[in-house]
Design a protein around this ligand. Structure first.
Ligand code: ZN
Length: 234
């Protein structure tokens, strides 16, 4: 397989958008994959197309950004009991995990992505998994991801690399990374177009982007923005 190409797991949120920029800086050919699994708010899937279209206008993309693939995974919503897929209140479950947690979701996403990558000749997958912030999703942890890379390599009988550039980066660091990768053009793209809010709210424009401002995802994004803007050089 070619080592100069990569497949990015791209949701249209802030983290995967920064990962896409990171990939475009390192690989000659970059493709994207997304998943339609009955997200409570289709707005996330709408915005990922808007973000991709905006990306193609950035210098960063040049002619490197290849086709996008969206896979339907309706089975995931059928087996999950989560406020991402059902209209239940977002709260923390007794386990300490947010009720937005879809068990094993990233393992499934990465496995489907590895199958597509195999067919399309990529040996590297790139995802925005991160174990730094509040949620502690066990399928976002470094050990989980690298263990899966080993399993996929064995199961496909080809080396599968999984790169997670945000694994140990907090939200302030993610804004800083966006700035260093794509400057204000990329930071503005993230503010205007990426979607993070769990409630699907795009009615209010904050200085860090659109969202309800009070759900855990908005709070994290806003807090990271405040930290980054208060420390960056003018
Ligand atoms: Zn929100």
């Amino acid at each position: 397989m070619a080592d100069d190409s990569a497949l990015v797991l791209f949701s249209g949120g802030q983290d995967s958008t920064v990962c896409l920029a990171w990939a475009l800086q390192r690989y000659r050919r970059v493709e994207t994959i997304g998943f339609d699994y009955g997200q409570r708010h289709a707005i996330e899937l709408q915005q990922r197309h808007v973000v991709l279209a905006a990306f193609r206008t950035l210098d960063l993309a040049h002619d490197k950004l290849g086709p996008d693939t969206v896979l339907d995974l309706p089975a995931l919503s059928a087996i999950s009991d989560s406020s991402l897929t059902r209209d239940t209140e977002i709260a923390f479950a007794a386990s300490g995990l947010p009720t937005t947690f879809v068990p094993g979701r990233n393992l499934l996403f990465l496995t489907y992505a590895a199958a597509l990558a195999y067919r399309r000749g990529h040996s590297t997958l790139i995802g925005g998994m991160c174990e730094t912030d509040f949620s502690g999703y066990p399928d976002c942890r470094h050990a989980t991801i690298q263990s899966l890379a080993t399993s996929l390599s064995l199961g496909l009988d080809r080396q599968v690399l999984i790169e997670t550039p945000l694994m140990f980066v907090d939200k302030a660091g993610t804004w800083a990374m966006a700035d260093s990768l794509g400057g204000s053009a990329l930071v503005d793209l993230i503010i205007e177009h990426t979607h993070t809010c769990y409630l699907g709210d795009r009615s209010i424009r904050h200085d860090w982007g659109y969202g309800c401002g009070t759900c855990p995802a908005c709070e994290l994004r806003a807090k990271g923005w405040r930290q980054w803007t208060s420390t960056k050089p003018a």
